[in-house]
Design a protein around this ligand. Structure first.
Ligand code: FMN
Length: 194
């Protein structure tokens, strides 16, 4: 089995493998890191909320990009509290990745406009429904295909600040963490007890 961590690798090699894997996942819909959970804090009850999203891009400064509807609850939660937590499980290679990130919302700006070029056909419906995501309806068909001329497409960029990777391998496990030095933005890595 291919593994992202083993004791013969340097911390830098492990970090660079993760970088490559995240980039691949953003380009390959079948990659083990393609889908991940995003946890935000709901300020109404101070409770965490998580949901799955698709990794749409991975930018060189360790920024993970995903798309959403501007009206969805996650957007208001991110506006209120930009620190979010991302969780991946690569089932094929049996490793978990936990990322803490600072997020930025792009809505009706140059980034959202240029990313919208990648959203074609049926996929556009996810961001143009008449009724907002999460709204209570009396019948499932009410959500329907009703499309508005308005476009609620929104891009979230999550810049990683801390990373933890846990590799499982039959009876053994290995774990590492990486923190960003706040002055230089460079990653500092450590082996940790799994
Ligand atoms: C596999 C999978 C992938 C998903 N990808 C996205 C996505 O990329 N963007 C998104 O906004 N919602 C996505 N969803 C739906 C979200 O998980 C969530 O239900 C929705 O965005 C509303 O979340 P919120 O009300 O917490 O903001 C996905 C769901 C699943 C099951």
């Amino acid at each position: 089995m291919k593994m992202i961590i083993n004791p013969d690798l340097s911390l830098n090699e492990i970090k660079e493998s993760l970088r490559a894997a995240l980039k691949e996942a953003s380009e390959d819909s079948r990659h083990g890191l393609r889908f991940f959970s995003v946890a935000t804090v709901n300020p109404e009850n101070n409770t965490p909320e998580s949901r799955m999203v698709v990794l749409r891009d991975f930018l060189p400064e360790w920024t993970l990009r995903f798309y959403t509807d501007f009206r969805s609850s996650k957007v208001a939660q991110i506006q209120n509290h930009p620190a979010i937590s991302l969780l991946f499980w690569n089932m094929n290679e049996r490793y978990q990745v936990r990322i803490e990130a600072e997020s930025t919302i792009h809505y009706k700006d140059n980034i959202s406009k240029s990313e919208w070029e990648n959203v074609t056909g049926e996929a556009q419906k996810a961001y143009t429904s008449v009724l907002p995501p999460g709204k209570i309806i009396s019948h499932p068909e009410e959500a329907g295909d009703r499309i508005t001329q308005k476009n609620y497409f929104c891009v979230i960029d999550a810049k990683a600040t801390r990373i933890k990777i846990l590799q499982l391998k039959s009876t053994e496990q290995w774990a590492v963490k990486f923190l960003r030095d706040s002055d230089t933005d460079e990653w500092i890595g450590h082996w940790i007890v799994p």
